[in-house]
Design a protein around this ligand. Structure first.
Ligand code: FNR
Length: 379
């Protein structure tokens, strides 16, 4: 904020909007229908995306005064990872759809800010290139679980070797939902972006192809689709991942309290309460609506993270007050990427962090530990 005041004194304004809701509108003007639809779209008629926002609107912060909140500390520890602030960058696939630098720009911005990034299996850049761009940043790896054990093991090995510390297994997208925005484009932007993605650079996957993906991209994509989508897994298969991943495992996409309990029983290290930003089940409950009862049931046994609908510092504060240890920021940083590559991501994430810091202090808190359900009122 002070940086922006100083810019103003020098007759300058920030290069991008500081309003997270306008960020989407500005990105809309810049992006073609296909890429914009891919990012902004949801499942079906978009009811779940609206429910995500409505859930945040039902909770209001009740500020406290004279608490000596001049200096704040946003640091926290999540699943054994020390974080400077309770925000990670959500796994978002094929980011080259919105900017040619793709995940490399995101990795650089994340490292510069000290914010962990969660790299998607559907990344447009390879695991190794993203790790190099991320340098000594903190990085977690998100797995879309292939139905081929050799490929799974190979991808996990690569991620581990490239310095990814925590595995995030996404459960809610074992096949793609009915997504009209993408269907109307016949998934073309996605298919163009996926050609360089992680599986296509994977030696175990390439060994299964008659011709390399460079020689015959269509055949490679046709082999990739049934390996990475269309097969659901089962709780009984989780020990396989434990066996092949030396580090914490987080399950992403938990929405039911019994699934959260099941994850705890299975010895999982953490969960992300999430509905994939409303991109999978249309008509699903707002993700934030499920957070309190999940935290009440298993919050003492494992760390609960949250995503789906986080746009502002106040949103982060609300999710934390309801028991999340940290949140994953999704679409807003992708709009930043679309607008300005690495600088745009940095701007979008810093804006949320600065807004969170101010909201925390102005509502009378110095640390995240002071946030409790009593910080909020349901209206
Ligand atoms: C996603 N998300 C996602 N999740 C995941 O586990 N692997 C992935 O590859 C992707 N890809 C992806 C692409 C795009 C364009 C979006 C918007 C989202 C889901 C993501 O991690 C997160 O759950 C949502 O973005 C949270 O919702 P909001 O805050 O963006 O509305």
């Amino acid at each position: 904020q002070n940086e922006i005041y100083l810019q103003g004194l020098g007759d300058q304004v920030p290069p991008f909007t500081t309003d997270p809701t306008r960020l989407e509108a500005v990105a809309r003007e810049k992006l073609d229908d296909g890429p914009y639809g891919y990012v902004a779209g949801g499942a079906g008629a978009g009811a779940t995306m609206r429910a995500n926002r409505a859930a945040f609107d039902r909770w209001r912060i009740v500020p406290r005064m004279l608490t000596d909140a001049t200096s704040r500390d946003l640091a926290t520890t999540v699943v054994g990872t020390e974080l400077p602030s309770p925000v990670l960058l959500a796994p978002i696939g094929v980011q080259s759809i919105v900017h040619p630098d793709g995940e490399l720009a995101t990795a650089r911005a994340a490292a510069a800010l000290g914010v962990p990034m969660v790299l998607s299996t559907a990344s447009s850049n390879t695991i190794e290139d993203v790790a190099a761009a991320n340098g000594d940043g903190t990085r977690w790896f998100q797995l879309y679980w292939p139905n081929d054990n050799e490929v799974t093991i190979s991808i996990l090995r690569r991620a581990k070797a490239a310095g990814f510390t925590t595995l995030v297994l996404t459960l809610d997208t074992w096949t793609l939902a009915w997504r009209p925005n993408d269907l109307d484009q016949a998934y073309l932007p996605f298919i163009r972006g996926i050609g360089t993605a992680i599986p296509f650079s994977d030696p175990a996957f390439r060994a299964k192809l008659a011709k390399t993906p460079e020689e015959d991209p269509t055949a490679a994509i046709l082999q990739w689709i049934p390996m990475f989508t269309g097969t659901d897994h089962h709780w009984d298969q989780l020990p396989f991942l434990r066996e092949h991943w030396d580090g914490p495992i987080v399950l992403k996409g938990i929405q039911h309290v019994e699934d959260a309990s099941r994850a705890a029983q299975a010895g999982i290290d953490g969960i992300v309460v999430s509905n994939h930003g409303g991109r999978q089940v249309d008509g699903a409950v707002g993700a934030l609506d499920m957070l309190p009862e999940i935290v009440a049931a298993i919050g003492h046994r494992m760390d609960v993270l949250f995503d789906s609908g986080v746009r502002t510092g106040a949103d982060v504060l609300k999710a934390l007050a309801l028991g999340a240890k940290a949140v994953l920021l999704g679409r807003p940083y992708v709009y930043g990427l679309a607008l300005g590559g690495e600088d745009g991501v940095r701007h979008a994430v810093r804006s949320v962090l600065a807004d969170l810091d101010l909201t925390l202090g102005l509502s009378g808190h110095r640390t995240l530990a002071e946030l409790t359900p009593d910080t909020l009122r349901r209206t």
